[in-house]
Design a protein around this ligand. Structure first.
Ligand code: HSE
Length: 322
């Protein structure tokens, strides 16, 4: 048994930010920790409430992604001892699968001496996800502006302003990305495409220049949210009126069902916005919880590598927010 291990910490993410469908992502300060250890027998240890029900056999996404990287590197490590802990709610639009993909690739790459660059990991993860928004944010941190043309992904990272707060309202029900993409049309009207080019461009410019007064105008979408609103009762009211209750702008987080508001940290009235979002969902019979988050400035981080003196959960406990 070899026993070499790598532990990584990876942030959650929100995708689209409204108009930037499959193009904009922002890392959030919710995290998954993953350890991959070379072993002579595959075992998968799942800790914490959020990951309950995750497969503990070789169909586990972390195992599958690690094998994908080993195969690309031309090495064979069929047996892995994997541990994972997460405080990212699953299938709610907070990028949990992209977080797992990035965590697995970064840890597996570290285990075999980092044959792949960060860019190569980004290309690999994007080709798996088919869009670069969540994986880019989880890998690089901050706000990521990216495209994927089916062959290569290109990105630029934008630094979120320290005053930017994020309020998420997380409905109790799960919504798979597959289902939320299935309701989208295969073709869109030119006027809707033009609408999104303008709004997404203005949003990026507003984030780059600190013109937060523009976010309320910019964070509007005609390409996916109108089609997805039927899947998230209460969403239309929140998108229409959250800016009247203190949000700088509001959007469906990724493919949903979480709703996400950007908020100026210096502004008052945070409780009013929280109440408005919860009440709007409750009025449609949807239970939800809220969380105040910050953009995560750092992307995936390698915490330990080689023969660590610490157990996985000791490393996690040292990191989990009180
Ligand atoms: N851009 C993606 C979508 C993010 O909206 O479907 C979800 O993974």
């Amino acid at each position: 048994m070899n026993g070499r291990s790598a532990i990584v910490k990876v942030p959650a993410s929100t995708a689209n930010l409204g108009p930037g469908f499959d193009a904009l992502g922002m890392a959030l300060d919710l995290y998954e920790w993953i350890e991959i250890r070379l072993s002579d027998r595959t075992q998968i240890h799942v800790y914490g409430d959020e990951l309950q029900g995750a497969p503990t056999d070789k169909s586990n996404l972390i195992y599958v992604m690690a094998q994908h990287l080993f195969e690309a590197a031309g090495v064979s490590h069929p047996e892995l001892d994997i541990s994972m802990y997460s405080n990212i709610p699953l299938t709610r639009g907070l990028g949990s699968s992209a977080t797992a993909i990035i965590g697995a690739l970064v840890a597996a790459n570290a285990l075999i001496g980092e044959p792949f660059s960060q860019d190569a990991l980004f290309q690999m993860a994007t080709a798996i996800e088919k869009h670069p928004d969540n994986v880019g944010a989880s890998l690089f941190g901050g706000i990521v502006v990216a495209f994927w043309d089916g062959k290569r992904a290109e990105y630029l990272r934008v630094e979120p302003a320290p005053s930017l707060d994020v309020l998420v309202a997380i409905p109790e029900f799960h919504l798979s990305t597959e289902k939320a993409r299935h309701v989208l049309p295969t073709q869109v009207a030119m006027k809707d495409a033009v609408f999104n080019v303008g709004h997404s461009s203005l949003l990026v410019a507003a984030l780059c220049t600190g013109r937060y007064d523009m976010i309320r105008h910019a964070m509007k979408d005609a390409l996916h949210q109108p089609y997805r609103s039927a899947l998230v009762p209460g969403m239309s009211a929140i998108l229409e009126r959250a800016t009247d209750h203190g949000a700088l702008g509001v959007a469906l987080s990724g493919a949903g069902p979480t709703l996400l508001a950007l908020v100026d940290g210096a502004s008052g009235g945070k409780q009013e916005l929280e109440k408005f979002m919860l009440d709007s969902l409750r009025a449609e019979g949807i239970g939800a919880r809220t969380m105040w988050l910050k953009p995560a400035l750092a992307g995936a981080e390698l915490l330990t590598q080689g023969d660590s003196n610490y157990t996985f959960m000791e490393v996690v406990k040292g990191e989990v927010r009180a």
